[in-house]
Ligand binder design. Structure first.
Ligand code: XMP
Length: 514
């Protein structure tokens, strides 16, 4: 990222809200990045942020093993804002007292503002704010003043205005805090004097010149799927180094209805030169007899790499770079290690490719969040229906087919999913849900179609609402719409006898069945 860009840095103490703070700061056009809490003050000095934010976190400052920042961070002369646990860290560092509260304070509280000179500049005297904490400040350090209070937190906001150190017991980043964005703006632009020059237009310009500089006369290979991330990467590369770019689209035979056609015509519209590789037969062959979901994912991932390597060889191994659509949440390690998380599902896209192909990696979107990618895509004239399309897993329909993947089940999952998507679009619901599709397994049931007995497949419709795919709720679709979808599937998709609706939320269920 452009090193001349003014930025705010968040030190992450394990808060679920760190990314949210980051997005909110960016919403006011100030660039913001997240680093682990343990980063040294020397490194921070090199990064040279205009302001530093300590995130919240699950620990208590008085626990002997609680995470603490490098003490020298306070000597850098850079403004600091602590939020929740971060607020308590500042109190603790400057010899105030933090103790366990008798009651955990959770939810809305009325914030009474006592000082409107800087952090609360331009705001009302009273604001709704969002609290979530079980420790409170018993004594604030000398040289600090109370800037705002609530009934339960007499020092809900504090500041040492000579040093520009501030602490907030509440969460300005959540929408329940009124004018939370203004408070963060007052810190980043008002107090820290960061220039609000982070715009996606400038991102596009800077990224294109950086790609040109990095790549020079070398050649770049880009795997495209027609999804928003890889399409945006390909369009950016095309604008930067079109003569040295080759895009490859591998059809593994597990795509959505007519997807290979619509994706190739999209590429044409976007003036992208894409090589189409139909490898559906070999993927299908490899999947014969495989019923374990993880094994399926691994086979698809490996076969994808094999197909790709063969194509690279056919092209005479002329590439030095592989471009990928990695996004910011994937590159940020949390400040606190939660320990080795057990693998729930192996996510395959183009994972492992750069190592196998021995190529340098180009990740033009590695600083962006998904909503920012969508805005960039719009500016690059990527059509709205591509931007609004639901996410689709790398292994495609294979994760929506329970048991062995075969042509019959692919056909059913494909057509039934198309019906679900189309009916949601007709009802005006498609854009408001996270994903909508039909899955199929080996279970069968009896139906009477016309005068004939059918022992046919049971199709499972799954429609979920989610913000980030970490958790998801099943969507309470109107019964009439479910009935319409069910009728259409049993009438139009040969071999389907019953239609069911999945009503498990995540957790405990996952979004895809495999
Ligand atoms: P689960 O099933 O884990 O899915 O609840 C969460 C989200 O991730 C998508 N998904 C994948 N995406 N490669 C992907 O790019 C994969 O292998 C993969 N598996 C699941 C899923 O569609 C949902 O949006």
């Amino acid at each position: 990222m452009n090193s001349r860009l003014d930025k705010i840095v968040i030190l992450d103490f394990g808060s679920q809200y760190s990314h949210l703070i980051c997005r909110r700061i960016r919403d006011s056009n100030v660039f913001c990045e997240i680093y682990p809490y343990s980063i040294s003050s020397d490194k921070l000095k090199n990064i040279a942020p205009k302001g530093i934010i300590f995130s919240g976190g699950p620990a208590s400052v008085y626990d002997p093993n609680s995470p603490k920042p490098d003490k020298k961070v306070f000597d850098l002369g850079i403004p600091i804002l602590g939020i929740c646990y971060g607020h308590q860290l500042i109190i603790d560092n400057f010899k105030g007292k933090v103790k366990k509260s008798k009651t955990r304070e959770y939810g809305k509280a009325i914030l009474q503002i006592d000082d409107k000179t800087d952090l609360f500049k331009g705001l009302n005297d009273r604001l709704n704010c969002w609290m979530s904490h079980s420790d409170v400040a018993e004594e604030i350090p000398s040289n600090f003043r109370v800037l705002a209070h609530t009934n339960n937190s007499l020092s809900a906001a504090i500041g040492n205005q000579d040093k520009n150190f501030y602490g907030l017991q509440f969460h300005p980043e959540v929408i329940h805090t009124e004018h939370g964005l203004d408070i963060l703006k007052n810190f980043s632009i008002g107090i820290s004097k960061a220039e609000p020059n982070w715009t996606l237009e400038s991102f596009i310009g800077n990224t294109i010149s950086e790609i040109k500089k990095k790549v020079g006369k070398e050649k770049v290979l880009c795997a495209v799927s027609g999804g928003i991330d890889s399409t945006t990467v390909a369009v950016l590369l095309n604008q930067a180094i079109s003569n040295n770019l080759e895009c490859i689209f591998v059809n593994h035979g597990l795509l959505r209805y007519n997807e290979e056609k619509s994706v190739m015509s999209l590429f044409k519209k976007l003036d992208l030169n894409v090589k189409y590789v139909d490898a559906s037969e070999r993927f299908l062959q490899k999947l014969i007899g495989i019923i374990d979901p993880e094994e399926k994912r691994k086979i698809i991932g490996n076969e994808f790499i094999n197909v790709f390597m063969e194509e690279v060889e056919k092209e005479g191994n002329q590439f030095q770079w592989l471009a990928q659509g990695t996004l910011y949440p994937d590159v940020i390690e949390s400040g606190i290690s939660m320990g080795p998380a057990s693998v729930i599902k192996t996510h395959h896209n183009v994972g492992g490719l750069p190592e196998v192909l021995n190529l340098k990696v180009l990740e033009p979107l590695r600083y962006l969040y998904k909503d920012e990618v969508k805005r960039v895509a719009k500016m690059l004239d990527i059509p709205d229906d591509v931007i609004a399309r639901h996410p689709f897993p790398g292994p495609g329909l294979a994760v929506r087919i329970i048991g062995e993947v075969n042509e019959d089940k692919i056909r059913i999952a494909k057509y039934a999913s198309e019906i679900v998507e189309q009916e949601l679009k007709n009802a005006g619901i498609y854009d408001s849900v996270w994903q909508a599709y039909a899955a199929v397994g080996d279970d069968k049931a009896v139906a009477v179609i016309g005068d004939e007995r059918l022992y046919g497949y049971i199709v499972i419709i799954r429609v979920v609402n989610s913000k980030d795919a970490m958790t998801a709720d099943w969507t309470k679709l109107p019964h009439e719409l479910l009935e319409k979808i069910s009728n259409k599937i049993t009438n139009e998709v040969e071999g389907v006898a019953w239609v069911t609706y999945a009503i498990s939320s995540k957790p405990p269920a996952t979004i895809e069945p495999q």
